[in-house]
Structure formats: C-alpha cells, structure tokens
Design a protein around this ligand. Sequence first.
Ligand SMILES: *[C@@H]1O[C@H](CO)[C@@H](O)[C@H](O)[C@H]1NC(C)=O
Ligand SMILES: *[C@@H]1O[C@H](CO)[C@@H](O)[C@H](O)[C@H]1NC(C)=O
Ligand SMILES: *[C@@H]1O[C@H](CO)[C@@H](O)[C@H](O)[C@H]1NC(C)=O
Ligand SMILES: *[C@@H]1O[C@H](CO)[C@@H](O)[C@H](O)[C@H]1NC(C)=O
Length: 933
Amino acid sequence: MADPGPASFSTRANALLRKNLTYQKRNLWSNVRLIMIPFYLCIFLVLIQLLFDTKVNNSADNRCGCDLVDTNGDGIREKVCGIQYSSADQGFFCSIPSPPLWPPLLQIPRPESRDVRDLNDDSCRRTGTCPVTILFTGNNRSLGGTVSGNLLTTSIPANSSDLLRALANNVLGTTAEPDFTNYLDTGIASNLSIYSIQPRCILNASLPFSFGQPPLNFTKELRCVQGLNLWRNISREVNDDIFKGYRKGNPEGKINEIAAAYDLLNTDRNNFNVHIWYNSTYKEDGGSRLIKLVRVPRSVNLVSNAYLQFLLGPGTKMLFEYAKEMPKPETSLRLDIASLIGPLFFTWVILLLFPVILSSLVYEKQQHLRIIMKMHGLGDGPYWMISYAYFLTISVLYVICLMIFGSAIGLKFFRLNDYSIQFAFYFIYVNLQIALAFLVSSLFTKVKTATVAAYIYVFGSGLLGIFLLSFLIEDSSFPRGWIIVMELFPGFSIYRGLYEFAQFAFRGNLRGQDGMKWKDFSDSAMDEVFYIIIVEWFLALIAAYYIDKISSSGKDPLFFLQNPFKKSPLRRPSLQRQGSKVSVEMEKPDVTQEREKVEKLMLQSSLSHAIVCDDLKKVYPGRDGNPPKLAVRGLSLAVPSGECFGMLGPNGAGKTSFINMMTGLLKPTSGTALVQGLDICNDMERVYTSMGVCPQHDLLWETLTGREHLLFYGRLKNLKGSDLDQAVEESLKGVNLFHGGVADKPAGKYSGGMKRRLSVAISLIGNPKVVYMDEPSTGLDPASRKNLWTVIKRAKQNTAIILTTHSMEEAEFLCDRLGIFVDGGLQCIGNPKELKGRYGGSYVLTMTTSSEHEQKVEKLIQDVSPNAKKIYHIAGTQKFELPKEEVRISEVFQAVEKAKSNFTVFAWGLADTTLEDVFIKVARTGQAFNVFS
Ligand SMILES: *[C@@H]1O[C@H](CO)[C@@H](O)[C@H](O)[C@H]1NC(C)=O
Ligand SMILES: *[C@@H]1O[C@H](CO)[C@@H](O)[C@H](O)[C@H]1NC(C)=O
Ligand SMILES: *[C@@H]1O[C@H](CO)[C@@H](O)[C@H](O)[C@H]1NC(C)=O
Ligand SMILES: *[C@@H]1O[C@H](CO)[C@@H](O)[C@H](O)[C@H]1NC(C)=O
C-alpha cells in the first residue's frame, strides 16, 4: 500500500467529527433524555399556568360578577353580568359603558381614632360622636380665621331631582378605605355611613338618601359630624400634632388623627398659596404595585372655595358636584405566572448543557483519550475546532427545540418576545457556555467531580437568581452598578436575560401587547447582558486556549512573550557528556558501543535509524523531603526501521517513563531523541503523524465499537475510501476481532484480552513509521497471543517498534534486539542469542524436595560442581547455576540418581540458560551495582 502521507487538517477534522457523531448516536437515549428535559419543564410550566388560571385568573373573584335574573319579566332567569351583580373586587373587571357619578368625599378618621386632644374630654369616643379636626396655619391669622370659617358650609338638601348638586353644598366625609378605581365608590357601596361635616350639629338624627343611578342604587344615611377648625401658629406645630397623633407617635400610645390640614402660607388678597396635608396610608396595597385612589380632590376644592368666598363674598360658590371615572370595556385578569417563574426553569434548561459538555471534555481527559488521539496525529487545532463546532451545533439544536416546543405549547415567554432577540441571546450564551466548559475542564481531572461541581453551579445559579438577583433587581435602592458586577457571573447573566424576557412577556400579556422587540433592547437591561456575555466569551476562549497550550505542552506560562525566532539550544552530544561520565566508565561494553553509535548518528543526522535516543534523562523532583528520583539515567539507543527492540526490566525500572518521554507525555529533563529525524522536544506534533502507540492501559471509548475505533484512527492516519476499509478489515482479522460480530460490539463490552488486541491494532493501523507498545500481550490467552505476535511480526517490516514486556517468550519471539533496563539505565543490549551466550555459560539445575532435605541437596551439588551458585530458593525448590566447564551432564545425572536413593526428590530438571535466567542475573547485578553507586 502506498504511503498516504500525513493527514490534512480537514481530514483530521472529518475523522473527529465522524467519531463524535457515532459516539452521539450510541448515546442516543441519553441525548433524547436531555432534549426531553426542556419538554418536561415546559409542560410543567403550562400545568402550573393552567392551575393558576382556574384558581386565580378565571376565578369568580377575578371576573365581573354575574347573576341569574329575570330580565323581561317572563319568569325565565338568564345569566346577566354587570357591576350591579359584582362585589367590589369583581366590579374592577366589569364593562362600564357609562360610569356612575359619585359625590366627592373627604377621608375622615374613624370615630374611635379622631383627635380629642383639644376637647379635655374623650367621652365622645364611647358614643362615636367625636368631632373631626381640621388644622389651619399660615402667616396671617386673621385671614386664616376667615378662610377656615368659610370651609364648612351646610344646607340640608331637599328631595330634589338633582341630588348631587344639592349635596355639593355640604361637606361629605367617609371613613371607608378607597379602592384602585372609582367605578364603585367604597364610601357609598360599603355599609358605612356617610358623614356630613358641619360647623355645629344641630340635629343629630340621620337622614336616608339614595345615591347613584340605575342599575347602581344605594340608600345611604347621612349622619352629622362636627367639624372643628383649629388654628396653629406655625406649620411645625401642625406637623407635631399629626406626628404625635399618628398611631403610636405619642408617649401615651393614644391615636389622635386629624382629617386634613392646611397651611395658607403667605396667602393674601393677591396670592393664594396653600399646602395641604392628607393621609395616604391606604395608597399602596401590600405587595401589589397597584396604587389606590386618595381622596384629595375634595380637600383642594374646599380650601379653594373658602378662599374664593373670602375674596368675593359669601355668595360665590365653586361647586364640586361629582367625580366620574372614564368608561371602560370588560377586562379579565391575565397574570402569566409561567413567565414569572420561567426564568428559574429556563436558566436550568440552558445551563444543563454545561455539565454535559464539561463531562464529555473531562472524560476524554480522564481516560487519556485526548492524549492518545494526539499521539495518533490529531493536533490541537482540529480537536478544538471540531469539538467547539460540535458542541455548538448540539447546543443550538437544543435551544431551537426549546423555543419551538415552548411556543407550540403556548408559553407566553416564547410567544410574545421577538424570536430573533431570543435566538440571538441564547446563541451568544451557548457560545459563552462552551468556551467556559473548555476553560473549566482544565481544572478537573475526574468526570465525577466535574459533573458534581457543574450541577451545583446549574442549580445554584437558578436558585440564587430567583431568590437573590431578581430580588435585588426589583429593589430600586440597590445600586445598579453592583447588579452589573453580579451579572459578570455567567449563571446570573443568563438569569438576567431570561428575567428581562419574562418581565416583557408578563407585562405584554397583561396589556394584551407584544413582549420585547429590538427597539426595547437598550431600554431593558438586555444590552448590558449582551455586552457582558460577548466580552466574557472572548476572554474565556483566549484563557482556555492559553491554559490548554501550557498544560498540554508543558511550556512556560509566558511562552508567547518569548522570541519565536530564537531556537532552543541544540543539544549536541559533546555539550552534555560531563554529567554522565561516571556511568560511562562503569557501563558494559555493549551499552558503551550503542552510545558511541548514537553519537556518530547524531553527527551524521541520517535517516537510517527511525529512532535515535541521545542520552535521554528524566529526573522527578524530590517531594516531601525525598531526594529527586532518577527515572531514566542517560539512555542512548538507536533503532533502525524494520527492527523490533524489546525492553525488559523489573517493575519500576523506568521503562514507562521512557515510553512516556518518547510519546510526548513527559518532557525529558535533558537529552533528546530524534524520531524520523525530528526532535521530540520541538517537533512532537509532526512526530505524531507517523507514530502509533499501544499504551499499557487500554484507552478506548466504551461505547464505540472496535471497527469504529479503527476507522477513526485510520482516518487520522490519512487512510481513505477503500484503502481505509481494507486496512480496517485486515487489522481486525489480524487481531482476531473480525469474526462473530465482535468488531461491531461496543469496546466497553470487550474482555480485557480483546481490548488489548484492539489497542495493538489501533497502534498499527495506517503503517506508522514508529510504534511503541507497552506490554501489548498482557492478559491474552496463548492462542490470541500467538496471533498477535504474527501481526506484530508482519508489521515490523517497515516500522521501528519499541516494545516493553515481561514475557521472555514474547521477547525472544518478536525482538531482534533486547535491552535490559534496570534502575533507569540499560544494563545490556544485544540480540537474544548473544545475551544468552554472554550471560549464560552455565546449566541451571532445578530440584524440588521437601524442605528438610535442602541441606543435602546443596551438599550434593557442591560435590558435583564446587563453583555452583544457588540462584533461587523457595519452599524446597532450589535452582543452581553450574559452570559449563566444570560439569559433565552425565555426572549430574549420576548425582541425581544417588540423591533419589537417599531421599524423595519430587522433581528435578537440568536446563541450558534461558532468557529468564539472563534477565534475573542482569537485574540482580544491576540493582547491586546501583546500591553502591
Ligand atoms: C391679614 O389679612 C387681613 C385680612 O385680609 C388684612 O387686612 C391684613 O392686613 C393682613 N395682615 C398682614 C400682616 O398682612
Ligand atoms: C325624601 O323623600 C323620601 C321619599 O321619597 C322620604 O322618605 C324622605 O323623608 C324625604 N326626605 C326629606 C328630607 O324630605
Ligand atoms: C400663638 O401666638 C399667639 C400670639 O401671637 C400667642 O398668644 C399664643 O400663645 C401662641 N400659641 C401657641 C400655642 O404658641
Ligand atoms: C391615616 O389613616 C390610617 C388609617 O385610618 C391611620 O391608621 C393613620 O394613623 C392615619 N395617619 C395619620 C397621620 O393620621
């Protein structure tokens, strides 16, 4: 197959996109569940609204009252609605084509709380006959006296046709609390009496009168109450009187309320200036923002009338006959409760994508999938772009689903606001959200912690939004600047935007208008939210890019300040020899020879060797008072293409550190390596395009199948079309995953051995020039292992393979050369035969007896070969090394026969040296050597 060369940006992007799509297809059900959440919440909101509609909006209290009335006297009662059948609350909603006329009333205190301070006698409180106090002050007392004297006038009205005009000569007062409108005056409609305020009550009997006009007729009784005009020298005294009479304002806790107070100021014949005190306690009704009427007009009219009489004589009158509201159609209560609680729900809905994106990013990081993709040539550029585009598409689809569904189900929140503003808002927000997820993903290494933290953020933002932020927004005394500061928190900026939509929808619905339009954009807080989100998005992207750059490349945090043209100093062999001198001297000749070969190769810079490691070192800095650990101490190695180099060594010898350096996971402390002539310290991105890795732990997507894995990595290696299919098929067959539909099962369902084989297949797909395999055959049954070996052997032809293993059989079978790696350094290097020859030179006798005969066995061996060495001993089994020149095999057999006649020998064997023996020997000497070094 022709070498297709490194994959282009678009090829790699395409590979990742296809993999992601397949991945999502596997996760179809969790995606559907995710999409269903907005649906459920919308339905829930609609149900709440329905409940609210039946209980509140459409309840009898919030509609014009109706009754069954026999309208045309034929005995059939029909349902008729109107203000006459309504309670005071219901009347609010009735259609009133011709509003009734009401006499203007003055608000007076209730009998039991009227001011009695000037009476020296509060017995009137018991009989309910206390006078109503009206206070006067001004610059000219004599003028004040005249005006106040003109204030209260009386003329007992006769039964005239024009009752209102007749009543206008009287000062009428009520103790009834006013309402929001005056379609039905509470003073008349309630069963409280109407007072006629007179300078002196001559006749205290009450008079019945009929008010109103059909259909609203009320028969009221008119009761007399005395009006007491009192003079105060200065307005401060008026204030003082009112203050002390107000509720518990005076020390005795007595209530002494006055009806009205006037300050005539500098009024004279040419000026009329007056201040009026009135009681507005009832104006606001609890939490509702509706404002009640205040009975001030009559008060203004009274004082004006009194002044006019002072000016022009008692005959002059300025009558205030009636007050009348404007006609109005029938209305209904339309409180859109769904809009009010909507922001909480929709904040949750939109933020819910955050944990999804975050956990997906952290999953790839936690499982090291990101790095393994990178090792197979997927650069950062395509990774970020495709991931971004991909999450953006999902988010946008999600938001569109939300908007369509919300509108379809009838939520005013979506229907009334302009769709383009809504979409623009959601669009910029999901962008910010993705950038934030990228940024935040660098803080987490575990999916679980990331998910938990993200959900706390989601629910916390919503709840804090509705209970704290919206509360502060509505509190007009809270500084706006601080609100903006709070909105810098992304959870609050989304809440604020949704809150604005909700307010516009709520008001629009109440008034039967539309919600937010682009022209309202800057009147609402929407503009500031937009700017905050856009700026934050931009900053988050830069920060995410920057953090990813330093964390993935281990660069200096200020890397962008460095001069890009300055190359890092060339690591030439001669510069670095001093440090390793000691070990050079103590090195075995084969290792030294390899080092010299590397030095020569480094000078030639030829491409004859695919891998050239030049004095590679890794030192882990000391922690908690421990000395620094030397994981790899100056490794020099050259592996030509077509060779499989086996790396043996006990656990913890530094093999994995070495592989990690070669694959770019770790930075070498010093030294470097050239892969295909490219320096791993500077050109890792390019090295990756021709590299394959089979890591020690399988790095696979649980939900993708084996075939999908291979397709993905094959595409990354620039395989296309039929070449790709063929390569994948061959590769599956090679690792025995082709038959029985195994290839199309998700990798999560594979056994350990199958995952292992898949990992090997992945590392070999696309004919990489260099392959690293970290214990490729662990956990495989013998048959699969044989199979795998054939695959590796075949792949070896034009590839340099570095393989670590604990299986001597594997090393012997696969590797052209072996290096035994002990304590961070190569102890020996050579092909298996050479090593056996060099370290062998002896037979190995193994004998198993019961443990009490061990001494005898040892003695016996001493007799046969005086220089024999015990190399292994455990529970009666002993191994001896017998130098070949000392022993003849026949002697050994005789000795064993003799032993058998003396005691029971369970088993025994004589073997030529195996690789295992070489390994044990080398490992032991290496460790011993290092103890002293
Ligand atoms: C007070 O008002 C009376 C009556 O109008 C007037 O005669 C008198 O001059 C005024 N006194 C002052 C000090 O202005
Ligand atoms: C007004 O007329 C009604 C009956 O039409 C009568 O009951 C009432 O006493 C009269 N009031 C006066 C003040 O004459
Ligand atoms: C008000 O002023 C008059 C004279 O100007 C004075 O006699 C009277 O004591 C004052 N009243 C009070 C309550 O100060
Ligand atoms: C205003 O009216 C309310 C209700 O009657 C009463 O409680 C309050 O004390 C009055 N305020 C003053 C200053 O009289």
